[in-house]
Design a protein around this ligand. Sequence first.
Ligand SMILES: CC(C)(COP(=O)([O-])OP(=O)([O-])OC[C@H]1O[C@@H](n2cnc3c(N)ncnc32)[C@H](O)[C@@H]1OP(=O)([O-])[O-])[C@@H](O)C(=O)NCCC(=O)NCCSC(=O)C[C@@](C)(O)CC(=O)[O-]
Ligand SMILES: NC(=O)C1=CN([C@@H]2O[C@H](COP(=O)(O)OP(=O)(O)OC[C@H]3O[C@@H](n4cnc5c(N)ncnc54)[C@H](O)[C@@H]3O)[C@@H](O)[C@H]2O)C=CC1
Length: 439
Amino acid sequence: MTKTISGFSKLSKSKKIDWIVNTYFSNKEAAKTILEQYWNNDKKLQQLHDEFIENTITNYYLPLGVAPNFLINGKPYTIPMAIEESSVVAAASKAAKFWFDRGGFKTKVISTTKIGQVHFMYHGDDFNKLQEFFNSVKPKLIEDTTSITKNMEARGGGILDIELRDKTQSINGYYQLHATFETLDAMGANFINSCLEQFAKTFKNEASNFNLFSVEEKHIEIVMSILSNYVPDCLVRAEVNCKVEDLTENDSVSPEEFATKFIQAVNIAEIEPYRAVTHNKGIMNGIDAVVLATGNDFRAIEAGVHAYASRNGSYSSLTHAKVENGVFTFWMEIPLALGTVGGLTGLHPLVKLALELLGKPSAKELMQIVAVAGLAQNFAALRSLTTTGIQEGHMKMHLMNILNQCNANDNEKSTLIEHFKTNTVTHSAVVEAIEKLRK
Ligand SMILES: CC(C)(COP(=O)([O-])OP(=O)([O-])OC[C@H]1O[C@@H](n2cnc3c(N)ncnc32)[C@H](O)[C@@H]1OP(=O)([O-])[O-])[C@@H](O)C(=O)NCCC(=O)NCCSC(=O)C[C@@](C)(O)CC(=O)[O-]
Ligand SMILES: NC(=O)C1=CN([C@@H]2O[C@H](COP(=O)(O)OP(=O)(O)OC[C@H]3O[C@@H](n4cnc5c(N)ncnc54)[C@H](O)[C@@H]3O)[C@@H](O)[C@H]2O)C=CC1
């Protein structure tokens, strides 16, 4: 049977499912049952989810957890986290609790500028002439976007500037309109892209009538108009600090030794890309989970953050740590273009709930919360890595997943949870213990 189809997008949801199960599954009924099991009984709610994307066949659940006890600039928060990986929420919660008693997290939004570019080809050899044309047309570029920018300007945002950039050193004939924007509480992708497409239209039209251009020069080719997800000027800083002597909770490691090893671990991630990638993955455990829970675009955040981590030519740690005058400081500055309006934020009921849980933050406040979740996660991971090792805590949290894989019943679960309080969790140890129990 052929495994391709034309016109799939035009089929109804049930016809799409029929084609999928008939084409790809041996047990068609079982496949259909799983897909239908995840539908919501509330038809309106299901339709809302069906319409978020295209060719929807069912819902894909991720758990929504919460990490309480975050103190950020003196304000308490419970942070929502949507994530599939065990131990992330526990780690965030543990770090929150630890820093709650040590002054909490201090954060600051450094800047909020977003970027968009019109990429174009100009076939002339006189850059000055192109610059002259750009200077003459710049007011019109802005004027022609009035209908798009009116409301954003009324709120205090809009287009900040447009520059002409010469990129011919890299590609023959390649130039850019490099524009900066303030999009306030919106992530801004649609706003920026609409402005850019209008710039491109006006720029091309005006060039065709610019008297100083030759016939060839008049023919500007627009390649594309798109925002950039690299936003090094949409930056937030999150920090924790305390006296070194306050760093520990138990006697297993001295505070000085803890601080030294912790800083060594950060220094290694600063200079060693193999470690930096894993180190930053741990930071993104926290960041992505809050970004997802608040309905933001995690691909945009991921791309922008990793580009920032490579900004000095080598992939490096996003966090830094030091001890100065007996004070331990651990901090991070990262770019986060987030929205609390637009996109899914006003549509998905759980996203609305997550934002309400956070006290309906502005985009700037959300930047600070998300950065804190990343810093907390990294603190928890580094603390485990440099003391007990990661597996102890991680596997303790992962135990339930292994028990579920083994189809453990409630009795078996409680017996084995008790057993593994004093025994090391590994996959084989759990399987062995469950087999023993069932004999
Ligand atoms: C896992 C813990 C927290 C255990 O830590 P613990 O000390 O065994 O936990 P505890 O049972 O003593 O509880 C202390 C607190 O931890 C939290 N906590 C504890 N258990 C739970 C739970 N079940 N549900 C919710 N919260 C939990 C909670 O805040 C709790 O306080 P309480 O609520 O009791 O007042 C610790 O070992 C830890 O932080 N480990 C780090 C885990 C981690 O980073 N996981 C991420 C996945 S690994 C990875 O992807 C990234 C990595 C590590 O590769 C990055 C890198 O290399 O840098
Ligand atoms: N490369 C990328 O990152 C791309 C991302 N996207 C998607 O675009 C979406 C985000 O685009 P947006 O323009 O942010 O969303 P959106 O198109 O839903 O619009 C947000 C709009 O809300 C209005 N608004 C109301 N109150 C506001 C306030 N206080 N501050 C600012 N604006 C306010 C403004 O008109 C603003 O343009 C996301 O779903 C993202 O996945 C789309 C294309 C490319």
